[in-house]
Structure formats: C-alpha cells, structure tokens
Design a protein around this ligand. Structure first.
Ligand code: ACO
Length: 324
C-alpha cells in the first residue's frame, strides 16, 4: 500500500496595510516604473506594529482548517516555515498550536528562507508516509518588513509580509501519478553561496536580528537555472513530463525569474500562478499564498497536477510535484 499526503484545505492571511510602489518614491531614489519593470511588483502588504509572524500564521491556519472542514484538535503535527520568528525560541509552530487551542500533537519550525515551504512540505510528507502523523498543518509565515534596511533601494522594495497554510491528510494511494497528494520532492542546498543572500545579524554573532543583504544580479542568474533543474528532477521522480503539468506555483520573487523558469521548462505563462504583483516576495509564505489565491481564482482545481518550486538564502532550493 502507498500512503499519500493529500491536500484537504488551503488558506491565507495578508495584513491590512497595502503599500504601493509609489510610496517608496518619497524616501528613496526609485520609481514605480523601475520596480514594476525590473521585478513585476506593484504593491505589497506590511504587518501592523505589534502584528507577529505567529498571529498571521494562525489566521492562515484557521482559514485552511475551515476549507478542509477539519477541527484543530484533529491535527497531530504543525510545521511552520519561517526565517522571521516572533522570538528566537520557542518556535512559531508551538505559538500557533496554542493559538489554535491544540494541546496534543507536535509542532516545530523549519528554516530554509524562501525555499522554506518546500522543505516544510517535504517534512510533512515524510512524517505522513512514515506513519508518524496523519493530519498536518503546513504553514509559511513571514514578517520580512522587520529585517529590511529602508535605505537600501535594491532590497527594501522587493519584500512583503503574509502567511499561507495547507492541511495535509494521510490517504491510501496506488503508487502512480494518478494518486492525489504529494507525488515527489527534490531538495538541494549549497552553503558556498552564503554571501549571495543573508541577514547581517544573529544570536551567536551580533546579538541582534540584523538586516537582509542580497547580491540581486548573481542571485537572479542562479535562480532561473536552479529552479528549472529542480522542477525537472521532481517531475522525473514523479514519472511525469511538463506536458502533464496543469499549474506551476513558483516562489514569487520576481516576474522575470518566474517567466525565465517557465520558458526553460517549456511551459506557457497561462499555466503559472502569479501573485508577485500584489504580494511582493513573502519568502516562505509565497507558495502557500499563491496556492490559496490560485484556488480562490478558480485556477487550481481538484485533480490538477501542480509543481511548486523555490530558491532562497543558503542557497537552498527545491521542488514538489503534487496532484491537488
Ligand atoms: N530603484 C531604482 N534603481 C535601482 C533600484 C531601485 N529600487 N534597485 C537597484 N537599482 C539600480 C542599481 O543600483 C543598478 O544601478 P547601476 O547600474 O547604476 O549600478 C541598476 O538599478 C541595475 O541593478 P541590477 O541589480 O543589475 O538590476 P536587476 O535587473 O538585476 O534587478 C533585482 C534587480 C530586481 C534585485 C533582480 O536582480 C532580482 O530579482 N534578483 C533576484 C532576487 C531574488 O530572486 N531573490 C529571491 C530569492 S531569495 C529570496 O527570496 C529571499
């Protein structure tokens, strides 16, 4: 018997404050035109003062549980992908567990920056397939606005805050790509790229949270080739080709990276869920946010084959193929 981790529900949360590109023109040497044409971003949401990653994650989790018709008390694992936790510890996942009124099961965070949701999905899948968990909440939640250097025009216009969540449940499958659920995973990292994208502070170094630093142009070039190759590997592992793909759900960093990767995969942009214009780069939250918006728009439907792919600091990158 093959056990599959099947998607039962999806949900998201975006903070109330919407910041259009033009707002940056007052404080930075930048324009709406530059941001739109170089990144595809038109606006992003920023968390309110005092609004935390765990609060946003809990809102998204509630929406996903509602969509699944499952009570929080029936969840036995919570995994949160984040690089912007409320505190150094305890984990955001245990804070969300408490917020949802759960008193059993286990909860922990995963940190793989913008690839975090792929790593968290992989972890949830492994726990379900091994029989350790039956119903899992997988959450991506970030407050990247808190680690921006507001004087650095090459980074601070690119990121946003938000959260998205999936509910996964163990189900019997046949072991073929006809099954619903996660069909394959491909994970990669290479620490030699450390300086391409990092935060210049931390507990054991500066004792501060630090600010995001990025070499945008070299990262751009790495992103397109690594994203296409991890998506291709995940498709091979799932025994499918790009002709079988209904939807690509990419990490939403830059429309030119999204288009370049789709082109390398031989897929038209009609098959790509794009939310970068409205959310900016929300790091580990971007894929579940795009899945939730894609389903709400009527793009992703039950039975569709989706490939999700992401790359972020580390560098860490990976892809998941699933049948919704
Ligand atoms: N407004 C106006 N000009 C700007 C701005 C801005 N906000 N930011 C940079 N510029 C200038 C630069 O200073 C540079 O000027 P110069 O030529 O006089 O030195 C010029 O624009 C071109 O800069 P580039 O960095 O070459 O521009 P590029 O076309 O590469 O676009 C961008 C920059 C958008 C950052 C792009 O490189 C990118 O998206 N990189 C990948 C980032 C990414 O994918 N991150 C996600 C993965 S990891 C994660 O998500 C955490």
């Amino acid at each position: 018997m093959t056990v599959r981790a099947v998607i039962k529900g999806v949900g998201h949360y975006l903070p109330e404050r919407v910041v259009p590109n033009a707002e940056f023109e007052a404080t930075l040497d930048t324009t709406d035109e530059w941001i739109r044409t170089r990144s595809g971003i038109e606006r992003r949401h920023f968390a309110a003062e005092g609004e935390t990653t765990s609060q946003m994650g809990a809102h998204a989790a509630r929406a996903a549980l509602k969509d699944a018709g499952i009570d929080a008390s029936d969840i036995d694992m919570v995994v949160v992908a984040t690089s912007t936790p409320d505190l150094t510890f305890p984990s955001v996942a245990t804070m969300i567990q408490k917020d949802l009124g759960m008193t059993k099961g286990f909860a922990f965070d995963v940190q793989a920056v913008c690839a975090g949701f792929i790593y968290a999905l992989s972890n949830a899948n492994a726990q379900i397939v091994s029989g350790q968990a039956k119903r899992v909440l997988v959450i991506g939640a970030e407050t990247f606005s808190r680690i921006m250097d507001w004087t650095d025009r090459s980074t601070c216009v690119l990121f946003g805050d938000g959260a998205g969540a999936l509910v996964l449940e163990a189900a019997e499958g046949t072991g073929t790509s006809e099954d619903r659920g996660i069909l394959s995973v491909d994970l990669n990292s290479d620490g030699t790229y450390r300086d391409m994208l990092y935060v210049d502070g931390g507990v054991s170094t500066t004792g501060t949270a630090g600010k995001l630093r990025m070499q945008g142009n070299p990262l751009f070039r790495q992103a397109v080739s690594k994203l296409a190759s991890t998506a291709e590997t995940a498709m091979e592992k799932a025994n499918i080709t790009s002709a079988d793909i209904d939807w690509v759900v990419p990490h939403q960093a830059n429309i030119r990276i999204i288009e370049g990767t789709a082109k390398k995969l031989g897929l038209s942009m009609d098959k790509v869920v794009v939310t970068v214009q409205d959310h900016g780069n929300t790091s580990a939250a971007s894929i579940p946010l795009a899945m939730s918006v894609g389903k709400a728009r009527g793009q992703i439907k039950q039975g569709d084959i989706c490939v999700a792919e992401a790359i972020g600091g580390g560098l860490a990158w990976g892809a998941v193929v699933l049948r919704w």
